[in-house]
Design a protein around this ligand. Structure first.
Ligand code: NOJ
Length: 558
């Protein structure tokens, strides 16, 4: 069963481990490839398309959740951590996918959702059936309500998706009873990580998937597991991002000291397995120094760099976030990571087509200001080429290699993200970046599956983004990524070091190994360094051979 490809008996080496320089491709199973035509992607669909990842040239894939789930939050509400939802296939399909990936030299990271279970988890059913104060309730965060008859929530916390973070239950005798905490949807009750049974259970879940051969875990809401013991009021609208200042009081639900002990326990489990298994934190924690605490030598291996994802497209902002990120992870001896898109944010080909410095929307719909698609794609290509030249590990989100934009005109009736309803229809949410991706221009559902079915509507005009239109097409975004990933490997760009050559208001330039990288953010074209040979570019050079606005080039200096 364990088909891990490395055949090494040693645990992960922080200096040379594969993940320190890897490119890791996020597969969102619902929307990658549908083998049975029901309109929802599945594990056999992914297995059948693995050669795409090999041709693209990535090192690993990360799979968003495929476990049994009522799908209240697209699978981030897990009812059984040791099985596969029939929507996506079977456990045998998961084994086949892992083996097929390993036989192609691709590593596999799975998603672990420890902050909350689904309300359909057997533990939550037991908690509802049991009395207040029972051991079953103690696996979750149940509290009596405030006010004379307990009719008010225990504190003022709000859900990340909008509305209160507490829901009141009906007790066995039919009377209104206690309240349970859910930082996300009502269908996602938060676990009580002070309960030893919860800790033991997740050690077992880790071993279950490690024994099946997975190479690591992406840890959902890694900064949320421990809450301040007094559950003090917070008086602020809920943000998944915690405070930006290192000396600001921590919100009582995020980034509490106690989470680190959990990851030390997990690290010991991973280190007991051969083949360099890794933990990746999804922790919306700022600033970079605070995030770096999750990747200390005895904790996780990587953390997503959301500060980078959120940084404005200006030379000073990009310079600041890159230097800060490298410095912060250097202190703890961990690799830096880079990411521009995922299943929770507006795709960067659209995000970068919005005015710089404007509000970062949580979804875009009909009636909202629309991004400038051409500008967005031009900047996205430049941003990607800049990112892929940085030392460290880079995360790619399915479809970005096609230059895929956000679906920004999806009919609201089609939306499925709980954010839309829970925010009282004020935040459109994340459906626009989760639309099934196009493989073949002229096939039903653009080749996503054998039928026209697609769980979210695909926009008209997506044929031009289909993989078969872009493969071998000079200048296509797919070929831009493929060449970049090949050169990144050949020139060992993931290993660095990075040496800055220019960091002004308009141009950023640095050397990484044998290559010089230059991004022009300014209005005026800038010359390619004298005598340098052009190796790769996010857009053609100007007629007189200069680097235009919003273009990144990789050159070999004279
Ligand atoms: C982060 C995941 O990326 C997101 O999709 C999910 O809604 C929340 N965590 C809650 O699990």
């Amino acid at each position: 069963m364990n088909s891990n490809p490395t055949h090494q008996d040693t645990p992960a080496d922080p200096a040379t481990g594969w993940w320190t320089r890897a490119t890791i491709y996020q597969v969102y199973p619902r929307s990658f490839a549908d083998s049975d035509g029901d309109g929802i992607g599945d594990l056999p669909g992914i297995t059948a398309r693995l050669d795409h990842l090999v041709e693209l040239g990535v090192d690993a894939l990360w799979l968003s959740p495929f476990y049994p789930s009522p799908q209240a939050d697209a699978g981030y509400d897990v009812a059984d951590y040791r099985d596969v939802d029939p929507l996506f296939g079977t456990l045998a399909d998961a084994d086949r996918l892992i083996a097929a990936a390993h036989s192609r030299g691709l590593r596999v990271i799975v998603d672990l959702v420890p902050n909350h279970t689904s309300s359909a988890h057997r533990w939550f059913a037991a908690a509802l059936a049991a009395a207040p104060g029972s051991p079953e309730r103690d696996r979750y965060v149940f509290r009596d309500g405030a006010g004379p008859d307990g009719a008010q929530p225990p504190n003022d916390w709000t859900s990340v998706f909008g509305g209160p973070a507490w829901t009141r239950v009906t007790e066995a005798d039919g009377r209104p009873g206690q309240w349970y905490l859910h930082l996300f949807d009502t269908g996602q009750p938060d676990l009580n990580w002070d309960n030893p049974e919860v800790r033991e259970e997740f050690l077992g879940v880790l071993r279950f998937w490690l024994d099946r051969g997975v190479d690591g875990f992406r840890v959902d809401v890694a900064h949320g597991l421990i809450k301040q013991a007094d559950l003090a009021d917070w008086q602020e609208p809920q943000e998944i991002l915690s405070g930006p200042e290192i000396d600001k009081p921590r919100p009582p639900m995020w980034d509490q000291e106690g989470v680190h002990e959990i990851y030390r326990d997990w690290r010991r489990v991973l280190d007991g397995y051969p083949g360099e298994r890794i933990l990746v934190a999804e922790a919306w924690v700022e600033p970079a120094e605070r995030l770096a605490r999750y990747v200390r030598p005895d904790e996780m291996h990587q953390a997503f760099n959301f500060e980078y994802l959120l940084a404005a497209w200006t030379a000073p902002a990009q310079y600041a976030v890159i230097t800060r990120s490298l410095e912060a992870t250097d202190v703890v001896g961990a690799p830096t990571t880079w990411v521009l898109s995922n299943h929770d944010v507006v795709r960067h080909a659209s995000r970068l087509g919005l005015p710089i410095g404007g509000k970062r929307p949580n979804g875009i719909g009909i009636g909202d200001p629309q991004p400038d698609a051409a500008l967005g794609l031009r900047r996205a290509r430049a941003a990607t080429l800049l990112m892929l030249a940085l030392p460290g590990s880079a995360y790619l989100y399915q479809g970005e290699e096609l230059g895929l934009p956000e679906h920004t005109t999806m009919p609201d009736e089609a939306r499925q993200d709980p954010t839309w309803a829970r925010s009282g229809n004020t935040e459109r949410g994340r459906d626009g970046c989760r639309v099934p991706i196009p493989w073949e221009a002229d096939a039903p559902s653009y080749g996503f599956g054998p039928t026209d079915a697609s769980w979210l509507p695909q926009p008209p005009l997506w044929a031009e983004y289909a993989l078969d239109r872009q493969r071998d097409a000079p200048g296509s975004t797919y070929e831009l990524y493929r060449t970049a990933l090949r050169l990144r490997r050949e020139h060992r760009l993931g290993e660095g070091p990075l040496e800055w050559l220019a960091s002004g208001d308009e141009v950023l330039s640095f050397r990484n190994g044998a290559l010089t990288v230059l991004t022009n953010f300014g209005d005026a074209a800038v010359p390619v360094p004298t005598g340098a040979e052009l190796v790769h570019a996010s857009a053609p050079l100007d007629a007189d051979g200069a680097v235009g606005t919003d273009v990144t080039v990789w050159v070999r200096p004279a």
